[in-house]
Each structure stands twice: as C-alpha cells, then as structure tokens.
Write a protein that binds this ligand. Structure first.
Ligand code: ADP
Ligand code: MG
Length: 226
C-alpha cells in the first residue's frame, strides 16, 4: 500500500542520514563524556554540581546507546555495498558479540552454510546481526544464561538466517510491537534496535518471521530472496 511505501522511504532516509552523520556525533559524545568524568573527580565541585554532572553523564550514555544501535559500523554510503553471501558478516559480528555473551553466561553455537550471493550494504547487515544477537543475549540475561544459536543456510533461491535464543520469550502482543520506534521493555533500552533490523531487511526485500514462547525463548527466521 501507499502508506507502507511512504514508511519504507522514510526509513531509508533515516538510515542514510544516520550513516552520514555517524562520526560527527560519536566523537563529540566521547570527548564530552571524558571531560565530564574529569570534572566529576575535581575537588572544587559542590555536591549539587556533582549531581548535574552525573545526570549529564547519564544522558550522554543514553545518546551513545542510541547511536550504537544505529551507527556501530556506519561509514559513508558508497563504501558499504558488496555482492556477497553474508556468511562473513554473520561470523564477524558473532566474534564481536562473544565477550558480551560470555559475560552473561550465554553459549554461542553457529553454522554458516550458504553459497547464495546478494547485493547489500555490509555495514547495515552487520549492525542488523549485532542488534539481533544483543537482544537474544539480553533476553537470556535475566534467566542467568542460555544458548544463542545462529545459522545461515540456503533454501531454493533464498538465503535463510535463523537466530534463536533460550530467553524470556514474548507474547503475541509483544511480538506485534517489535520494530515500532522506541518500543522497549528494558530499563536502559532504546527501542531502536528492531526498527533498524526491520528497515534493513525490508530494504533487501527480505521477510522476518518471529516464533516465541513466553519463558522458553525466541526464534527469528529471516528469508532473503536472491
Ligand atoms: P531495546 O533492545 O533497546 O529494548 P529493540 O528494538 O532492540 O530495543 O527491542 C525492542 C524490544 O523487543 C525489547 O525491549 C524486548 O522487549 C523485545 N525483544 C527483542 N528481541 C527479543 C528477544 N530475542 N527475546 C525477547 N524479547 C525481545
Ligand atoms: Mg536491542
């Protein structure tokens, strides 16, 4: 429908804009946090001023989280396009997330078995995998650990990606809210991770199916035509 088209266009603008301002945003955030931390250690700061500094640091941390849900791998648009099979992206991001998984007692199992190629934005796909892995791990955090299984294979002319966790799971109602901007059930969540995932997968004409059982876990099944 027309409305869906407009929404997709809007999402494209959002992600392109995000990529182009990436460095301009991350650098000042880092520099400002650094100086505020220094200020916080100063002996000339009153308790009331210290409180303001703490609040500013908290807000900066939040901004950094929003940026990292979107711009972790952002580079100027033209450098990102590749014709490949996504296995390398899946493995690279798996390696990045392993320390975070270990920290939360999550085992990561994987299988990369796909020869189908596709033209896609490498950095957006990496960000997309990171967001899905992170959500899976965070869903197991409150259960004290579990297993994250990631899998890429091919079926007919489709790339099939499965990301499965043994976390807290979701109700039908919660599933239906996935991808809505700012929808988050986490105290420190941004509610932007799944928005990014949906917009990236839709851009390459893929579909996302979600299977979940409350208390048992969740499976994301992504099918991308080639
Ligand atoms: P955030 O992670 O910052 O909360 P996301 O857009 O990444 O934002 O996810 C939105 C919400 O969707 C989460 O807060 C969580 O409630 C739910 N969710 C996403 N992935 C999972 C998952 N694998 N298991 C359970 N709930 C999930
Ligand atoms: Mg998230």
């Amino acid at each position: 429908s027309r409305e869906q088209m407009m929404q997709t266009e809007r999402l494209n603008v959002v992600s392109e804009l995000a990529a182009s301002v990436s460095h301009e945003i991350r650098n000042p955030l880092t520099v400002t946090s650094g100086f505020l931390q220094l200020l916080n250690k100063s002996k000339n700061v009153s308790p009331e001023e210290k409180e303001y500094v703490e609040l500013s640091l908290q807000e900066l941390k939040r901004a950094e989280k929003i940026v990292s849900d979107y711009l972790l791998f952002a580079k100027p648009q033209s450098e990102n396009m590749v014709y490949s099979n996504m296995n390398a992206e899946m493995e690279y991001t798996k390696n990045i997330i392993v320390p975070y998984a270990t920290l939360h007692k999550v085992d990561v199992t994987y299988s990369f078995n796909n020869n189908l190629k596709k033209y896609y934005d490498q950095n957006q796909i990496q960000q997309c995998f990171i967001n899905l892995y992170k959500n899976g791990i965070e869903a197991m955090r409150e259960k004290g650990g579990g297993t994250l299984s990631i899998d890429i294979s091919e079926k007919k002319q489709n790339i099939v990606i499965r990301i499965q966790d043994t976390g807290v799971g979701m109700t039908k109602e919660e599933i239906s809210r996935l991808g809505k901007p700012y929808y988050s059930t986490k105290a420190e969540g941004t509610g932007l991770g799944m928005l990014m995932v949906y917009s990236t997968i839709h851009k390459i004409k893929g579909t996302i199916e979600v299977e979940s059982e409350k208390g048992k876990g969740t499976t994301f099944l992504i099918t991308i035509p080639t």
